[in-house]
Design a protein around this ligand. Structure first.
Ligand code: 6PG
Length: 476
């Protein structure tokens, strides 16, 4: 009997996806370039389901029923191309190849187009949830053709996370749409983590709480509107004590954040699209700044503000203010991310349903949160919503957060505690609601030094002023 689905690439993610399929009753053909991993999977997990070990890509392909469904879970970039190039000649028209790695969506577009010419379906799929998600139920964001999705749907909805009976998987759109949406998911993940980091920093250094106390505060927040996986694990991390030193674990970790690149891609893509994701950009830059040990070392002696301690009577109120600032900034982070998806969707003609993206992010993925239910509701009641900020329920929250949010940013600033995420979110919010922006002056400057022209707010047309002459204006 042939296998229903195949997986090649059996590092942790691939192995766990294969086990997840097998646990759901599918017969799963497995392959890895180094045979030990295949043998290891069979040795340890064959009791979980029906696996077919294979030792070459052609053996893997032979083991599958047709049309074949085959998942690739190898490193993004050249390793993925190698596997795709080797597999393509072995497959038959109508077969479906799924790339479940964190590929760049432009690579996915290229691969999809090349394989389509051979009659093969290529599905670039975002998969979020880390190792545990892959095994227990990830959030799955497949792109590619509708037909290919039809072939995969019964398999994917079985292994995906489930929220209130709804599986966390949906067809995102053609070609690179799935990987694009996964990329923005990761950008939002960066933003969310940065904002949580800033909240922690303020609780620690403005309020003066210890990590274990801060863990309790996050635990409490996690029972309210901030309820999310990232807040939950933050509490766990902060409550953890280092076994070697007995110190809070967070104090022994080197404070230089790394990145594999998806956050950077989000910002690069946003720059190309002209999509202002300032919160995500700050989060990426904050990681990169933290990694500049030399620059930080050289700057350590620079002066800071003098004496601005929080009065003890202000402490409880300020903790609540931080919760408000965190929630408001989080709304901005998601608003920016969803607008970038909207912009990408328009640019590439993907027709991405934002409500459905919010729906499948409610479970399984790293940014899963109660909050996403509100986003889903916002887009369901108005699919054309220009920004989440104007949704009625978010507007109410932003309204309530106004003073606390500003108090947090100004207090942090006056104490010299960096809050790039909180402050850029607030600046974005204020810029959007401003009646007039100093962009008018920038346009005038551009016209002055480079005759770059400008438009007027009162009369249609494109104009230039003769700055170096008699300053008369003419229409160009
Ligand atoms: C997920 C995660 C996953 C990966 C992060 C880590 O959704 O499951 O986002 O894809 O663990 O991208 O990224 P960095 O190494 O860039 O922090």
């Amino acid at each position: 009997e042939k296998a229903h689905i195949g997986v090649t690439g059996l590092a942790t993610m691939g192995r766990n996806l294969a086990r997840n399929f097998a646990r759901r009753g599918h017969r799963v053909a497995v392959h890895n370039r180094r045979a030990e991993r295949t043998d290891n999977l069979i040795e340890h997990f064959s009791g979980e389901g029906d696996f077919v070990p294979t030792y070459s890509l052609s053996e893997l392909v032979q083991a599958l029923e047709r049309p074949r469904r085959l998942v690739i879970m190898v490193k993004a970039g050249p390793p993925t191309d190698e596997v795709v190039d080797e597999l393509a000649p072995l497959l038959d028209s109508g077969d479906v190849l799924v790339d479940a790695g964190n590929a760049h969506f432009e690579d996915t577009r290229r691969r999809q187009a090349a394989l389509a010419e051979r009659g093969l379906h290529f599905v670039g799929s975002g998969v979020s949830g880390g190792e545990e998600g892959a095994l227990e139920g990830p959030s799955i964001m497949p792109g590619g053709s509708q037909q290919a999705y039809g072939e995969l749907e019964p398999f994917l909805s079985g292994i995906a996370a489930d929220v209130d009976g709804t599986p966390c998987v949906a067809h995102i759109g053609p070609d690179g749409a799935g990987h694009f949406v996964k990329m923005v998911h990761n950008g939002i993940e960066y933003s969310d983590m940065q904002l949580i980091g800033e909240a922690y920093d303020l609780l620690r250094h403005a309020v003066g709480k210890e990590p274990a106390e801060i863990a309790e505060i996050f635990r409490r927040w996690n029972t309210g509107r901030l309820d999310s996986y990232l807040i939950e694990i933050t509490a766990e991390v902060l409550a953890h004590t280092d076994a070697h030193t007995g110190k809070p674990f967070v104090d022994v970790v080197l404070d230089q954040a790394e990145q594999k690149g998806t956050g950077r891609w989000t910002v690069q893509g946003a720059l190309e699209l002209g999509s202002p994701v300032s919160g995500i950009a700050e989060a990426v830059f904050a990681r990169s700044l933290s990694g500049h040990a030399d620059l930080r070392e050289a700057s350590r002696g620079l002066p800071g503000p003098t004496g601005t301690r929080l009065a003890s009577t202000d402490i409880d109120g300020f903790v609540d203010d931080i919760e408000q600032a965190l929630y408001a900034s989080k709304i901005v982070a998601y608003a920016q991310g969803f607008n970038q998806i909207q912009a990408g969707s328009a640019e590439y003609g993907w027709n991405v349903d934002l409500g459905s993206v919010a729906t499948i992010w409610r479970g399984g993925c790293i940014i899963r949160a109660k909050f996403l239910d509100r986003i889903r509701a916002a887009y369901e009641s108005d699919p054309q919503l220009p920004t989440l900020l104007t949704d009625r329920s978010f507007q109410r929250a932003l309204n309530e957060a106004q003073d606390p949010w500003r108090r947090v940013v100004s207090r942090a600033t006056s104490m010299g505690i960096p809050v790039p995420g909180f402050s850029t979110s607030l600046a974005y919010y204020d810029a959007l609601r401003a009646k007039r922006l100093p962009a008018a002056l920038v346009q005038a400057q551009r016209d002055y030094f480079g005759a770059h022209t400008y438009r007027r707010a009162d009369i249609d047309g494109v104009f230039h002023t003769e700055w170096s002459d008699d300053r008369s204006e003419y229409e160009v």
